[in-house]
Design a protein around this ligand. Structure first.
Ligand code: G3P
Ligand code: MG
Length: 235
């Protein structure tokens, strides 16, 4: 098994603002051995942790991120929006390199999800590969919904396929990409799919499980969760 049974989703998004260093630290505090976070490319080639296409939900900025540089993003507040007490006000959007160093210092593995927008998959995969070459990091797994980005990723890290709905040709893709893991949307995943994937020797992870009642399938290797405290013992 490459990743453990509990993986903090976007760090630990149920307990701290997603895709921030505060969220990664919270995951470690809650006993996760690995976290997942979303790697997004900026127009100047910087790679940040960010999920959405626009700044609005998770920062004090507005509008699309597609034409922004690190100079635009680095001063944004990515924590004031979270919760009711403003206890995370002042938290910033991290660079992927900062997040890698943070994970390393906390002993966390890091599932980097390549969050591809438009036709930038190749550029993002290349940029992440370069960052991994220069930053001292711990265990990493690269995943994406974008198979083209995974195809061009040239680093040593194992690869995981992300699917909302498992397509018929998933195994061919997994063979072509030498993917070690398959990450399925829990709402659409079936026991047959889990069993077939496991039969090929690949590990299966479900996203996003935030309540034990959502854990309807067995034989999975792990889950992505915003609330590791609620899910402990369910997998
Ligand atoms: O990597 C699993 C999960 O994070 C994929 O969906 O939208 O939360 O990035 P999303
Ligand atoms: Mg993600």
């Amino acid at each position: 098994m490459i990743m453990p049974s509990l993986i903090g989703h976007r760090g630990c998004a149920g307990h701290a603002p997603e895709n921030t260093l505060a969220s990664i630290k919270m995951a470690a505090q809650m006993g996760c051995g690995w976290i997942e976070a979303d790697a997004s490319l900026l127009v100047d080639g910087s790679v940040i942790l960010f999920h959405d296409d626009t700044l609005d939900r998770c920062t004090n900025g507005v509008g699309p991120i597609e034409n922004l540089t690190w100079a635009d993003v680095r001063l944004l507040d990515a924590g004031a929006w979270w919760g009711t007490g403003r206890q995370y006000a002042g938290v910033h959007v991290p660079l992927l390199s900062e997040a890698l160093m943070c994970c390393k210092s906390l002993g966390l593995g890091f599932n980097i999800e390549l969050k591809v927008r438009g036709d930038e998959g190749e550029k993002l995969a290349f940029a992440v590969g370069e960052i991994l070459k220069t930053v001292d990091h711990g265990p990493v797994l690269i995943s994406s919904f974008d198979m083209g980005a995974l195809q061009v990723f040239a680093g040593d890290a194992p690869k995981g396929l992300l699917y909302d709905i498992l397509p018929d040709d998933w195994e061919k893709t997994a063979q072509n990409l030498d993917a070690k893991t398959v990450h399925l949307w829990a709402e659409k995943a079936t026991q047959d799919q889990v069993d077939v994937i496991k039969h090929t020797g690949r590990a299966v992870y479900l996203f996003t499980i935030n309540d034990k009642s959502q854990m309807k399938l067995h034989n999975v290797d792990g889950v992505f969760t915003d609330f590791p405290d609620r899910i402990a013992g369910a997998v």
